[in-house]
Design a protein around this ligand. Sequence first.
Ligand SMILES: [Zn+2]
Length: 66
Amino acid sequence: MRAQCVICDQVDRIDSHSLLAKQMRKKRKMSYLCDECNERITDKTNKRKQSNDFTFYKTDEFDDYI
Ligand SMILES: [Zn+2]
């Protein structure tokens, strides 16, 4: 199947039987990022995490309230 990256609009071919393709069919809202954008964002996020003015919120902390 084909998937379009939400950031750069690049259309990639992904394996229809892959886990990613199955997840995208099931949850239509899930956005697809191409490898290039994914890498760039991961890089930026990691750099921000290292700086002091970025607080990383862990979702685990909210489990007690459910
Ligand atoms: Zn992209």
